[in-house]
Design a protein around this ligand. Sequence first.
Ligand code: SF4
Ligand code: SF4
Length: 288
Amino acid sequence: MQELVIISGKGGTGKTSVTASFAVLADRPVVCDCDVDAADLHLVLEPTIRERHEFESGHEAVIRQNDCTGCGICQDLCRFGAISNNVDMFSIDSISCESCGVCVRFCPEGAIDFPLRRCGEWFLSDTRCGPMVHARLGIAAENSGKLVSTVRREARRLAEEENHSLIIVDGPPGIGCPVIASLTGATQVLIVTEPTVSGEHDLERVLSLTRHFQIPTAICVNKWNVNAEMTQQIENKARLAGASVAGRIRYDSSFTKAQIKKKTVVEIDAVCAQDIIEIWKNLNLQKE
Ligand code: SF4
Ligand code: SF4
């Protein structure tokens, strides 16, 4: 089974549009949206939800008002200022609670529950390209790295169960924990970048990450004709760092037009579609 992860140093490089186009070009892959903080692959692939699961991570302290005597010990002990007192009623702000468990342990009435914290949801869905695993992180919820790992694990399980030979992953932007979680075990990485100074800088950072994990890596420069010289410079740097150059995508306003139509650029009459098809071929996935 092959697992292609598409990442970028930051958001807004066209990564998700490229991922969605690959999903259309591939032969019924499992599609996996690991950009859980800003998931938008579903806007184009329009999944029909087959299964919905809660994502729980860590714990959250909750006071049972009926058992609380209002002694205030918990408020004195909480180092994170998560417990407040309004008209002799103590309550815990779930966003400020850092799950240390101190108040739970020392409440003399045993009046504080410590249930698992519900941080979001993950879904198993069907799309016109094949099955899709995606997720939604709750507001102010953390631990997107763990949610990314959950989504990838489920995508693999699904691929094995339903006999799919390829998983296409829309990775999170940046180089933090969620990106690392999306790269672990990948068989190939494509980095989508842009011909700007920040694009070049971000590329260097993600390249060092994929080199560290020893994953075969290719790059493509989106909107390459906006700055041909910078594109060349980025491609040279990528080659020196051991990555291959899968191709270039010209600037094309069809990206936005396709999004509005809830299509990928390879499904409409877009000039840049040829560039993406070329990159897809160069990645040489799904060999028979
Ligand atoms: S320590 Fe327990 S009893 Fe005292 S205020 Fe807090 S929740 Fe209520
Ligand atoms: S679990 Fe820790 S952080 Fe949360 S309210 Fe209790 S003492 Fe404060």
